[in-house]
Design a protein around this ligand. Structure first.
Ligand SMILES: NC(=O)c1ccc[n+]([C@@H]2O[C@H](COP(=O)([O-])OP(=O)(O)OC[C@H]3O[C@@H](n4cnc5c(N)ncnc54)[C@H](O)[C@@H]3O)[C@@H](O)[C@H]2O)c1
Ligand SMILES: [Zn+2]
Length: 367
């Protein structure tokens, strides 16, 4: 098992990464003399595969629990379910120092984290992320939230967990597409911050990326990079924005596609990274050899590297551009992008000319 300590403004917590580490939850609760009922929020898919084994551990350790099982999927991150979780917690008579567990992917983590941040002015939360995406990204850094009718993640808080338990045994039941969607968030971190991490990943194929030892290293390295950025810039006033590589483009594609499952978040991020590379080339930032290395890595894993017309509801480049103007990263109608100077060195590029972006989009849309 590996562990990392995250320190934010005087508050610290651990991230434990390992295989079959349920016992760590028990040890943590015992250490904190937890005597109440443990409230666990999860979704139906996770419950089907992984809830029973966790509950067995709790029973053996004589820890009482209650479980709330929600529907899976992005649509669950809404006001209705926020209210449901909050009211459920209160009806279970949770007290301010009790721990709540989120057992699931980024959807359950973001929603439960948000609910915990506002219930009784702040309940303590333990994240048990069950997707690769949530283990390498969403459980770390304290962003919580739900979606608004106007867009994704527009309502939320910054709220750090007390513990993150990343158990790679959960990942065994993840489908290939879901796994690779999460991997996109890991390779993105290598691209913006760590050349050696990319070099280590570069020639691995899908099967190698699913080997236990490699998964632990991928999660560990990703956590390290994200924590370093968040520690320096918790509220995303500057450097933390580097983590949005591929996301301004990617979100536009996801919005055009109505967040349908024919384009998963990580798949959109990879296409977004490819578009960001084109833009980086156009602005003479990165050389073509480095671009090729990155694209080759994406192709080896069979990601789409161009925009498929059917994946964006036949939206035009102009329509995609309009969506980007509504993005949170737009300041005074100027487009800001995260681009690459070289592998391992991202930068925030302000005031990008919309015409250049439109041309890149136009050339990247394939039939
Ligand atoms: N807070 C942050 O900093 C941050 C960062 C990145 C993404 N996010 C958010 O994370 C969400 C995406 O996360 P996600 O990809 O984990 O989505 P998700 O939670 O919807 O999980 C994806 C699918 O996998 C299923 N699943 C979960 N664990 C499983 C397992 N072990 N085996 C089989 N199936 C399993 C889920 O039921 C769901 O159907 C988005 O809402 C995004 O906005 C947040
Ligand atoms: Zn993302």
């Amino acid at each position: 098992m590996k562990f990392i300590k995250a320190k934010y403004n005087g508050f610290t917590h651990k991230i434990l990464i390992g295989n079959k580490i349920h016992n760590e939850l028990i040890l943590f609760l015992k250490k904190h003399e937890f005597k109440s009922k443990l409230c666990i929020v999860t979704d139906k898919n996770v419950a089907k595969y992984h809830l029973l084994s966790l509950l067995k551990f709790l029973k053996v350790s004589k820890i009482k629990f209650e479980v709330l099982v929600l529907n899976p999927g992005e649509k669950t991150k809404n006001w209705f379910n926020l209210k449901k979780v909050v009211e459920w917690l209160i009806s279970n008579q949770v007290e301010r120092n009790d721990f709540i567990v989120s057992l699931g992917g980024g959807v359950i983590g973001d929603l439960t984290g948000f609910a915990c941040s506002i219930t009784r002015r702040g309940m303590k939360i333990i994240h048990m992320p069950t997707t690769l995406l949530s283990q390498v990204d969403s459980s770390i850094g304290g962003k919580t939230g739900i979606n608004s009718l106007q867009g994704k993640n527009l309502i939320g808080t910054f709220y750090q967990p007390s513990l993150i338990l990343s158990d790679i045994s959960f990942l065994k039941t993840l489908k290939k597409r879901e796994y690779l969607s999460g991997y996109a968030e890991a390779v993105k971190k290598a691209l913006i911050k760590d050349y050696n991490f990319f070099k280590w990943l570069e020639n691995k194929d899908y099967n190698e990326l699913r080997e236990d030892k490699n998964i632990i290293d991928i999660i560990y390295k990703s956590c390290e990079i994200k924590i370093n950025l968040v520690q320096r810039d918790e509220k995303e006033q500057g450097e933390r924005a580097l983590l949005n590589l591929g996301h301004t483009f990617g979100h536009a594609l996801e919005t055009a596609n109505h967040y349908s499952r024919n384009l998963l978040h990580g798949e959109a991020v990879i296409i977004g990274c490819c578009l960001a590379l084109k833009l980086s080339r156009k602005l003479n930032l990165i050389n073509s050899k480095q671009c090729e290395r990155i694209i080759n890595h994406f192709k080896r894993l069979n990601y789409y590297t161009e925009i498929k017309q059917t994946n964006i509801n036949n939206f035009t480049a102009q329509k995609l551009l309009n969506i980007m103007y509504q993005d949170k990263k737009v300041v005074n109608k100027k487009l800001n992008f995260i681009l690459l100077k070289r592998i391992g060195a991202g930068l925030i590029q302000k005031d990008v000319d919309a015409d250049i972006v439109k041309k890149i989009l136009t050339n990247s849309i394939k039939g």
